[in-house]
Design a protein around this ligand. Structure first.
Ligand code: GLN
Length: 309
């Protein structure tokens, strides 16, 4: 069964919004704290092109950690899985997304997986281009292909805000550089990373990206295979095992779909073969996932049986 009613979706969004007071907007990236906690918008995009939305879907937000899936897909296409997994692992973690601890305590500073910050920074260090600008453009081009929107850009204010305050991410880079996991200039990696995290879109555009992963890399609007099936498969698997940070196990049990969240409050969902989901709800829970977004996904799961398990 699928939700093909804007009225029902609207009612579910209103219901989920009621718990917004329990969450908190991220403030460790100063520019993110301007968002209002009671905002919640959602879009569902189906492979046949149908889409349904609720809430103020004009509202744009930055991808933050959702961008980690995009850059992972790019490096998997450019270098192949063997090369990529030589640098970054495949195992989930019970530690927070920005934790440094496993770099010291597990094998030779190789980050555990590409969905935590250390792993994502290692992935970003592999993006092709002769300078930061070219690398960012390369990422943007792929995002434009996924969303069918030539005008997608990044938010300069959020990028600068993170770039100037991101001491922990810089530390992760230096640690990995010391161990030979990443090469190149740390400031350049940080510039590309903070700009990829600041890529800005609304939840309908996010749902359009989600449906491409749900359809094994086929963009159902243009009918173009934008990434090989194998790459989409690996990305979706990481979304299941690590996509909701150190709450991915609980998410798999409660909702059971490949999904990736970001500290802006975005969640991209890819229900295999069925639909793409884009959610923006900036009120976060304690691990950094959208609290209202999770509530909404639970309501959708109860009503439409989204779980793949
Ligand atoms: N840009 C954020 C950071 O590196 C992304 C983290 C997130 O969304 N969890 O801290």
């Amino acid at each position: 069964m699928a939700c093909r009613s804007e009225e029902i979706l609207d009612a579910l969004v209103k219901e989920a919004r009621k718990v917004s007071f329990e969450g908190k907007v991220a403030n460790y990236i100063p520019a993110l704290q301007k968002e209002s906690p009671d905002h919640l918008s959602c879009a569902l995009v189906y492979p046949d092109g149908d889409c349904f939305s609720a809430g103020d879907i004009q509202r744009k937000f930055t991808l933050q950690s959702i961008s980690k899936i995009i850059t992972l897909a790019i490096v998997l296409m450019d270098y192949g899985p063997e090369h990529v997994f030589h640098r970054v692992g495949m195992e989930p973690t019970g530690d927070p997304f920005n934790s440094i601890i496993k770099l010291e305590t597990s094998s030779k500073a190789k980050p555990l997986n590409p969905m935590i910050n250390a792993g994502a920074l290692a992935v970003t260090s592999m993006i092709k281009g002769s300078n930061a600008e070219e690398k960012v453009e390369y990422i943007m081009d792929f995002v434009r292909k996924l969303t069918n929107e030539p005008d997608i850009d990044y938010c300069e204010e959020v990028a600068i805000s993170e770039f100037t305050t991101s001491f922990l991410n810089r530390s992760l880079c230096f640690y990995m550089k010391g161990d030979g996991v990443i090469h190149g200039n740390v400031e350049e990696i940080m510039e590309v990373y903070t700009k990829q995290c600041a890529i800005r879109m609304n939840c309908l555009q996010l749902a359009r990206m989600g449906v491409v992963f749900a359809m094994d890399g086929l963009n159902p609007v243009t009918n173009e295979q934008v990434m090989p099936k194998e790459v989409a498969r690996i990305c979706k698997t990481f979304m299941v095992t690590c996509g909701m940070y150190n709450a991915s196990g609980e998410f798999a049990i409660r909702i059971g779909i490949p999904a990736k969240s970001g500290v802006s409050g975005g969640i991209m969902g890819s229900v295999p073969g069925r639909m793409g989901i884009g959610i923006f709800g900036p009120a976060l829970n304690e691990v950094g996932n959208s609290h209202t977004g999770l509530k909404l996904l639970e309501l959708l799961q109860d009503k439409y049986d989204l779980s793949m398990f």
